[in-house]
Design a protein around this ligand. Structure first.
Ligand code: PMP
Length: 365
């Protein structure tokens, strides 16, 4: 008897990716921005969507020219060299951007490389595009040993290197010299993707990899509107790279992949960038305070340039996670054994988290 449905062999028995979506009062598990848009921003988005609705009988602008121009303008703040619209590509979340990168540059007979612990979706992009997946390892402080990284690149000759900076789940940022050196090591035989999903939260003094684009044509810098931009529900991710890379992605994208509604929402949100990003400084302050508090309690905490903190280590992290759930606080059981990750919320949410964690640890967990 044949199994039904006739799934690819390597997909049999696998569960879909995703953090538990539990309806708890304090949600600190998927690194969202806790601050929603203002009434003025909501009104502007609603007007833009209403306008787009009038022509939903037509397919959207396949090249999303206006959105690409607006995103280029936004990114240009982070590099003295500026970013041109033809250097920008966008899709439904940076998840889709990266899947498209693997579709274009990975595939059978090719290898994608990252360094663990790293974002847990990466192996899934590789699996879905039939790209071989190889992981090196980060050091005990979650930094990259560049000599070891270069040696692995030499050995594996990857077509795609995926490097989140700041890294998820550890929060570790990569210094620009490391990115530049790895771009050289990868050479024209591959692309190096710096996933800056949390880029806007980095501590001052760490430049964005966007600054390196003029010197490295194999560099891709990926961003998202889901985190600092407080727009996770709209699904808009994007990248900056050499125009040849954007042209290559165009070959694998589905036609009209960005709906007219998505384009309208993202454009309206970009007009409110100062407001939507206005809370980033507050979140960074809250992050530093949370890291300091966790350390005062005797926990080990990874240095974080993102809107979350990885802390531990617990003999039974699941019991700690569950103890917090029982107190209405949802965090994430992710990362190396024994560690837990908490997203940075509002001051009230962080107070609830601290009280719950204190209660749980007092139980001796
Ligand atoms: N990259 C990293 C490192 C992430 O943590 C996430 C989301 N958790 C993403 C990419 C994907 O984000 P989105 O698809 O919402 O843009």
């Amino acid at each position: 008897m044949t199994d039904f449905p006739p799934l690819r062999e390597e997909l049999r028995g696998l569960a879909p990716y995703g953090a538990p979506q539990l309806d708890l009062p304090v949600q600190l598990n998927v690194n969202e921005n806790p601050y929603g848009p203002s009434p003025a921003c909501v009104a502007d988005i609603a007007t833009a969507v209403a306008e787009a609705a009038g022509s939903l009988n037509r397919y959207p602008d396949r090249e999303f020219t206006e959105l690409r121009t607006a995103l280029a303008g936004y990114l240009s703040r982070d590099t003295p060299h500026g970013i041109a619209p033809e250097q920008v590509w966008a899709a439904n979340g940076s998840n889709e951007v990266m899947l498209q990168l693997l579709q274009a540059f990975g595939g059978p007979g090719r290898t994608a490389l990252s360094f663990a612990p790293t974002y847990s979706m990466y192996p899934e992009y590789a699996r879905d595009t039939m790209t071989e997946w190889v992981t090196g390892h980060r050091e005990s402080d979650f930094s990259l040993d560049l000599d070891k990284a270069h040696a692995l690149v030499e050995e594996v000759r990857p077509s795609v290197v995926l490097l989140p900076s700041p890294n998820n789940p550890t929060g570790t940022a990569l210094p620009p010299e490391a990115v530049a050196g790895l771009c050289e090591a990868v050479g024209d035989g591959g692309v190096l993707v710096v996933d800056e999903a949390y880029g806007e939260f980095r501590r001052s003094g760490t430049p964005s990899a966007l600054e390196l684009l003029p010197d490295h044509r194999n560099l891709v810098v990926s961003r998202t509107m889901s985190k600092a931009f407080a727009l996770a529900g709209a699904r808009l991710g994007y990248l900056a790279a050499a125009p040849e890379i954007c042209d290559a992605i165009r070959v694998v994208r589905l036609p009209y992949h960005l709906s007219a509604v998505t384009q309208a929402v993202a454009l309206a949100a970009l007009r409110h960038a100062p407001e939507l990003l206005g809370r980033v400084d507050d979140l960074r302050t809250e992050r530093d305070a949370t890291v300091a508090w966790l350390r005062e309690q005797g926990h080990t905490v990874a240095d974080s340039d993102a809107n979350f903190a990885l802390f531990g280590t617990f003999a039974d992290r699941h019991a700690v996670w569950k103890g917090l759930v029982d107190r209405g606080v949802l965090i994430r059981e992710v990362g190396p054994d024994g560690w837990l990750r908490v997203s940075i919320g509002t001051p009230a949410e962080m107070t609830a988290f601290k009280q719950a964690l204190t209660a749980v640890t007092e139980e001796g967990l």
